[in-house]
Design a protein around this ligand. Structure first.
Ligand code: PLP
Length: 395
């Protein structure tokens, strides 16, 4: 066997490890006594259009048409619907021939990296970042180059510019962000576009923007600017996992901007990477469901209420945090430097929090607040008691 793969299989991610621990613990002491904030599994039901469309399709489309293979890149009508939605909703040109349907953002990421990176190429990413990026990049033969954000989790644009070198193939951004909840402003995105344009000119080859967007609709303020509106060499890596609460159904897309240099060749490389990785013909039923629900989302108000309840209570208890503007994670500074040690203490109070080390920074914990409100309410005494264990937190 391949020893690297064996090791990957044996070493579960810190998040999955904690999730499995939580399941075992719930079996021991009862689910209601464990406060599991480990996984980003949507807690708000899918919008009604999802069930309605599934029922309609089951009723009206013969099974052999509904469940069969689609084209490798996806059902043409679905690709058309996605392109037309992007064009009308965001005012950017888009073409169905540049949409590739995928099994969620994980596939959008792995396929795009494989499509555009050659061995040793670099992908610059603001840190903290989604831990699986490292594994996906390695699989494409690429190297992730983390660039710390500032203390408020804003992207450090001069540092990103400085990190872009001859080997840089892409800059990967994720807004709304997992794990910080930061949403990049239009000014930040435009400035980033300007940097990438300049760097592409300097090197004579495009530096691509990979915009990982599974949380686009889960935003508490103004919706984020569309990345294709700020920079031409852009690939949007989208997923319906979070917006439509369909994480288990594995459905998303890659959209290559028609303004991308050599857009058709880039798309051919996307198709080739999809083929090489076995990510062809995304789930057929859910391609159709997603197309019918474009622009809809689960009730963001539910996540906002969770955020407000948790953020206000933790701040009042003495925790340091920055209010998330989107997604459903709270990135809280650990009261002691060693976030893993803090998480171990939290576990003793049945609070399951993810230490920040695998997100590329130390000293924080991620709390996924996509949980029933009652879990947050019941967990608050444990959070208060936990920080009270520290005579001088944040010393
Ligand atoms: N990118 C980010 C930033 C994520 O948070 C996640 C999942 O949590 C993914 C990608 C993978 O999403 P999917 O379930 O659609 O593969």
């Amino acid at each position: 066997m391949n020893p690297e793969m064996k090791q990957l299989g044996e070493e579960r991610s810190a998040i999955r490890e904690l999730f499995e621990y939580g399941n075992a613990r719930k079996g021991e002491i009862g689910a209601e006594n464990v406060f599991d904030f480990s996984l980003g599994n949507p807690s708000v039901p899918a919008p009604a259009c999802v069930r309605e469309e599934i029922s309609r399709l089951l009723r009206e489309v013969p099974a052999e048409r509904l469940h069969g293979y689609t084209s490798a890149a996806g059902d043409p009508a679905v690709r058309e619907a996605v392109a037309s939605y992007i064009g009308t909703q965001f005012g950017v040109p888009m073409s169905a021939s540049l949409v590739y349907m995928t099994c969620g953002a994980a596939a959008s990421l792995t396929v795009s990296m494989k499509a555009l990176c050659r061995a040793g190429d670099e992908i610059v990413v603001p840190a903290p970042y989604f831990p699986e990026y490292e594994i996906f990049a390695r699989n494409a033969g690429a190297v992730l180059v983390p660039v710390p954000t500032d203390a408020s989790f804003r992207p450090d644009l001069p540092a990103i510019a400085a990190a872009i070198g001859k080997r840089t193939r892409a800059v990967l951004v994720n807004s709304p962000n997992n794990p910080t909840g930061a949403v990049y402003t239009e000014a930040e995105m435009r400035a980033l576009g300007e940097i990438l344009r300049e760097k592409s000119r300097e090197s004579g080859e495009p530096v691509y923007l990979f915009a990982d967007e599974p949380y686009r609709e889960l935003c508490y303020g103004a919706p984020p600017v569309h990345p294709m509106a700020v920079y031409e060499n852009t690939l949007v890596l989208y997923s319906f996992s979070k917006s439509l609460s369909l994480a288990g159904e594995r459905i998303g897309y890659i959209a290559v901007s028609p303004r991308c240099a050599g857009a058709e060749d880039v798309f051919s490389a996307v198709c080739g990477a999809g083929r090489s990785l076995g990510f062809v013909c995304a789930p057929a039923l859910f391609q159709r469901v997603a197309a019918a629900c474009l622009g809809k989302s689960a009730d963001v108000g539910e996540y906002r209420a969770n955020r407000d309840l948790l953020a206000n209570a933790l701040r009042a208890a003495g925790y340091r945090l920055i209010e998330p503007e989107g997604a459903f994670y709270l990135f809280v500074q650990s009261p002691e430097r060693d976030a893993s040690a803090f998480c171990e203490r939290a576990k003793r109070r049945e609070l399951l929090l993810v230490p920040s080390d695998s997100f590329g920074v130390g000293g924080y914990v991620r709390i996924s607040y996509c949980v029933p409100r009652s879990v947050i309410e019941r967990s608050l005494p444990a959070f208060r008691a936990l920080i009270a264990e520290y005579p001088t937190p944040y010393a």
